[in-house]
Write a protein that binds this ligand. Structure first.
Ligand SMILES: *[C@@H]1O[C@H](CO)[C@@H](O)[C@H](O)[C@H]1NC(C)=O
Ligand SMILES: *[C@@H]1O[C@H](CO)[C@@H](O)[C@H](O)[C@H]1NC(C)=O
Ligand SMILES: *[C@@H]1O[C@H](CO)[C@@H](O)[C@H](O)[C@H]1NC(C)=O
Ligand SMILES: *[C@@H]1O[C@H](CO)[C@@H](O)[C@H](O)[C@H]1NC(C)=O
Ligand SMILES: *[C@@H]1O[C@H](CO)[C@@H](O)[C@H](O)[C@H]1NC(C)=O
Ligand SMILES: *[C@@H]1O[C@H](CO)[C@@H](O)[C@H](O)[C@H]1NC(C)=O
Ligand SMILES: *[C@@H]1O[C@H](CO)[C@@H](O)[C@H](O)[C@H]1NC(C)=O
Ligand SMILES: *[C@@H]1O[C@H](CO)[C@@H](O)[C@H](O)[C@H]1NC(C)=O
Ligand SMILES: *[C@@H]1O[C@H](CO)[C@@H](O)[C@H](O)[C@H]1NC(C)=O
Ligand SMILES: *[C@@H]1O[C@H](CO)[C@@H](O)[C@H](O)[C@H]1NC(C)=O
Ligand SMILES: *[C@@H]1O[C@H](CO)[C@@H](O)[C@H](O)[C@H]1NC(C)=O
Length: 253
């Protein structure tokens, strides 16, 4: 009798923590995302979460060779003439007014994003390493003439970066916000990234490899789920032992 009744219990013991884990992960994710909009300490207007752009670069023979879907936020530090002080400007890249172009070479892929009527140019250079079977963001630069600078145009460039590392043949994915520090005066916040700078075939992303940040984010609900599974097992065991005892008790009477 106990063994027959054990099947649904065993099923629940496995499924309940999984359902709870999935639910908890959802709630963690929704709690974690709106925080940037709530920071009031910033001296400047908070632009909120940037819209996700779908940027792609097309080859000379009309095939897509680079795909980058991501939300971008620029954090620029400069000496403002109008305000007569050093300011930190946080601006979102608006996909609907941004034009993507670039080039794809054997070991080097370039994504160029132009906005503000071409007065702002943001460039990403990806490099591949066939020895290690990886690619990464190796260079980023920004030039813009829309800010009110003492020194003229703002420009920042770093050619020795090592961000957004992916595996050749796969796309790189990172749902969590990341900060790419380019120079002392420029950092780029990325949101909801999926990109592939090499080996795009059929105009579509290859299978995605998730970044470490996302994996860590997944770990919390897994640990919570495992703890809950343990708890359910303990309760279940206590219940079954209790039942067996009382059952045995009836038989002796
Ligand atoms: C043209 O497209 C093919 C894939 O369809 C690619 O292998 C080749 O490198 C492309 N050639 C140029 C010049 O872009
Ligand atoms: C912008 O960068 C500064 C440091 O340079 C940092 O204190 C600030 O939190 C950053 N803001 C955002 C929204 O990333
Ligand atoms: C960037 O920062 C450095 C010092 O950290 C400063 O000397 C330089 O003028 C800054 N450049 C711009 C364009 O703001
Ligand atoms: C602002 O100007 C001062 C000197 O006038 C300089 O030392 C400083 O590096 C500049 N900061 C930036 C962010 O350009
Ligand atoms: C800018 O600020 C400095 C002090 O921070 C002051 O000495 C200078 O006169 C100011 N310049 C202008 C044009 O307001
Ligand atoms: C672009 O999108 C933003 C909202 O994300 C909107 O405020 C703006 O009006 C749009 N601009 C154009 C030219 O469509
Ligand atoms: C911006 O540059 C692109 C070429 O990269 C060109 O097609 C476009 O017409 C330019 N837009 C303006 C407003 O100059
Ligand atoms: C600033 O950039 C604009 C293009 O956006 C260019 O025409 C101008 O010459 C630049 N000025 C300086 C001082 O570099
Ligand atoms: C490519 O990767 C290999 C192995 O990780 C490394 O030894 C080599 O220095 C890398 N090459 C470049 C150009 O980064
Ligand atoms: C460029 O990036 C590297 C790695 O993040 C950093 O060590 C270096 O200081 C940066 N260079 C400049 C000019 O900011
Ligand atoms: C390229 O980008 C446009 C949006 O700018 C998008 O509609 C299109 O689907 C993209 N192409 C591919 C192959 O993803």
């Amino acid at each position: 009798m106990i063994s027959a009744g054990g099947q649904p219990w065993r099923w629940m013991g496995v499924m309940l923590p999984l359902i709870l884990a999935a639910f908890l992960h959802q709630s963690f994710a929704t709690v974690a995302t709106p925080t940037p909009a709530q920071t009031t300490a910033a001296p400047h207007k908070d632009p909120g979460r940037p819209d996700r752009g779908k940027y792609n670069v097309t080859n000379s023979n009309n095939t897509v060779c680079l795909l980058a879907y991501m939300g971008l936020q620029l954090n620029i530090t400069y000496n403002s003439t109008s305000q007569n002080k050093t300011v930190q400007e946080v601006v979102n890249v608006q996909p609907n007014v941004t034009l993507a172009s670039g080039s794809c070479e054997a070991d080097r892929a370039v994504l160029e994003l132009k906005t503000d009527a071409n007065k702002t140019v943001l460039t990403f250079v990806f490099t591949q390493n066939t020895t290690s079977g990886t690619y990464h963001l190796s260079e980023a630069s920004l030039t813009t003439s829309v800010l009110n600078l003492k020194e003229g145009n703002f420009s920042a460039k770093n050619s020795s970066l090592d961000f957004l590392q992916g595996s050749l043949g796969y796309s790189y994915m990172c749902r969590m916000e990341q900060t790419l520090t380019v120079t002392q005066n420029l950092s780029i916040n990325t949101f909801q990234v999926q990109l592939q700078p090499f080996g795009v075939s059929g105009n579509a992303f290859g299978a995605a490899v998730e970044c470490q940040l996302d994996e860590d984010d997944m770990l919390i609900p897994i640990i919570v789920g495992a703890a809950l599974a343990g708890l359910v097992l303990v309760v279940l065991l206590a219940y079954l032992i209790g039942r067996k005892r009382s059952h045995a008790g009836y038989q002796t009477i």
